[in-house]
Design a protein around this ligand. Sequence first.
Ligand code: KIV
Ligand code: ZN
Length: 516
Amino acid sequence: MFAISQYNQLALSGVDSIKDVEIFDTTLRDGEQTPGIALSPEDKVRIAQALDNLGVSYIEAGFAGSSDIEKQTIKQINDLGLNAQVLSLARSVHKDIDAVIDSGCDYVHTFIATSDLHMKYKLKMTPEEVKARAVDSIEYARAHGLKVQFSCEDATRTDLQFMKEVYKAVQDAGACSINVPDTVVVITPKAMTFLISELRKEISIPIAVHCHNDLGLATANTLAAIEAGATIVHTTVNGIGERTGNVALEEVAINLLANYGYECVNMSRITETSDLIQRITGVQMAVNKPLVGANAFAHSSGIHCHGVMGNALTYEPFKPEVIGAQRHIVIGKLSGAHSVEGKLEELGIKFPADHMDELMATIKKLAVAGKTVSDAELAAVADDIMWKKSEEKKECSLDELTVITGKSTTPTATVKITRADGTQVTVSDIGVGPVNAAVNAIRKAVNDAMTLEEYKLSAITGGSDSMCQVAVTLKNVQSDGAMTFGRAVGTDIVETSVAATMSAINKDFARVKKDN
Ligand code: KIV
Ligand code: ZN
């Protein structure tokens, strides 16, 4: 299932606190602070249920003191009787803690900023006042029967001695755990290891860590904290949160499983939970987002597809099924025959090996502009080739096609058609549009009595450079009243319409040959 690195095994032996790590999910609190996200009470209840199904240990359901609706929503979530511990954020002030008490939660997460910058410019309080406020909030919450996790906001810019003093004081006042937020991301993994190790010397209650991702270090910093002994990890699903977000739950969870062999949540539910959060919040993941981006298990280049088809672990760190996802072969400019064969198999299309060269040539043409060939396009092209090959030897081949069209120009088409006996005709005609002009010219070259009974154009995929399918029904190709059907796919409407018309004509000649 996993390509476990020998280096992890060598370097990580002795990191035993991993097995106690609990996920404290704050999708409903810090996640909702993502610019542009506003969750309705129904959304929040649905997400809380999904987080519980995922198996997180704590759900920070919101900030009860922020509004009556928020308080009521937290109450609704708390009343669900989930397995997870439901809690609310509160500033270190009585009125915020009262709101948590009203919500029915028995756990509160209090915080106050402890960095010089925040104390001076935001709180306008002295360090002594801040410490006293932190302790008072713990005592007040405990006196009302609440369990408490306490955070020094902006911990990573806080003087170490002062931070130790505050955390020791709140521990003595009855806090159940402390949390170390890297509020604006000023720390590297090595420094995080140092900080947590320093705190562990003084603090005996569990230590949580809350990493933001402004410098792209959230996962690395979180793992460093865990390796140093932090046992509670604040996360959000998909890494949503203030500014560039918080550490992504799925990234922490897969690292714990893949690198340390510890499953902290029900991994097979990761993809469905991520999809739900993307749908509800409207925040779509970048295609290259680890685990949950569209390309996480997509393979395009021929070499990689070949490897993956032999053994998926050649080019995947773990199988997508681990997180309830699926592998995709993506057909594009660098795809080789192996990739295309793999994709055809994935789509359930039995394609004859002796037509593979033609299929590859068509794909290369389509993908030349860096465009990927969608499943629908590949299926249509494969089907078209199989359809064309099933036709009998051609009676009429189109050797040349010229179409002139534009504003204030009468659309005019010229075709050169060679018959099976070697005779050639070159004919021009006009029409109401370029397609009409081309079909009129073909009619003149083959048989004036022929009529176009039906013409259907459909787009296979969206976009102006996408593929189209044309289906035509012709009558009287050989003046005997018979109807014949032809179709073709391509990127150019005129060329595809002409190909469909020629296909119908040749089918009609084949019919008559068979009848004789
Ligand atoms: O990032 C932060 O500092 C926070 C605190 C409220 C814990 O979200
Ligand atoms: Zn935060």
